[in-house]
Design a protein. Sequence first.
Length: 396
Amino acid sequence: MSSQALEQFLSSSIEDLKAKGLYNVIDTLQGANGPVIQIDGKSFINLSSNNYLGLATDQRLIDASVKAAQIYGAGAGAVRTINGTMDLHIELEDKLAHFKKTEAVIVYQSGFNCNMAAISAVMDQHDVILSDELNHASIIDGCRLSRAKVIRYKHSDMNDLRQKAKEATESGQYHKIMVITDGVFSMDGDIAKLPDIVNIAEQFDLITYVDDAHGSGVLGAGAGTVKHFGLSDRIDFQIGTLSKAIGVVGGYVAGKKQLIEWLKLRSRPFLFSTSLPPAAIAACSTSVDILMSDTELIEKLWANSKELKHGLSQLGYDVGQSETPITPCIIGDEVTTQQFSKRLYEEGVYAKAIVFPTVPKGTGRIRNMPTAAHTKEMLDQVIFVYEKVGKEMKLI
Ligand code: PMP
């Protein structure tokens, strides 16, 4: 019998989520997460994945996975520091370091894990973290885990960051001060003002930390937001994920040799959680090879997103201020946004509604994620459906 207190807690919490419209129903895909997906036996044009370059279903990655599984087995068998480090892991880390133009790289089991691992390995209760208010949940959790004081600065507001950096420095209270930002913000698609952040960091001796989950494989010829701004030697921590543009799973920290050495010695997910399986590592390695040798997929991604943004704004939709392929279509109130997404779904377009509290009240939007794998016909069909549904709901 389970505890009464637990049952009460679960029932009332779940009811509360339902009452607030925050109860998440999870769709099940019957097949791959490509540009077209199958749910309940029906096909949808998929505008909700992070598979930016279409590499999740690329035959070259699949072949590399199969081959690695045949040679190395299905699982890595241990944590990295016992004997779960295979030559495949080292090869991927070396390749990523070369690609990111940093001295070294450490690979973790996910991007989420990276933030839990890396922040808490260097920051503690004597330190302070200046964190953009729109940073990703894994950064927020990583900061909490570190026990450092967290001070949020207004989104991409450099005056606010400078002021807070000055106050933290002048207080003389902290051993270390870190500034953390997403490279690309995932809800609006805007890019962090890294050149300004680096200048402020250098003025106040801040540690710099950029989570580039949405910039890697997309900006800077694939090497990310830091490369895009030419700041590779001025940022301490570059976090990347292997689950979005790279198309597989995992995450990594790129930085100086000594930093990576420390993370290998002290970061807990590296020490206490089994390393990624050979098939995943081999697929990631092939993906990085593709990115390093050819920018065709990146160009296709940008061309597709330009076409989608253009098509939606021509129809009269507000596509926000995105500077990246992330294409929000701002609808407004929560109920209308949810209804809009439901109608898109009924018309064969899978594009999720993002509403309060994930985004501010009244700015509910459909978050469209075009990829390099979408064809012109697919994008034309999406625009056709947006026109049909928008007119029907009197939004355009
Ligand atoms: N950081 C950011 C900014 C992200 O958007 C995400 C993914 N939503 C993550 C980290 C987590 O990455 P992963 O899915 O590889 O755990």
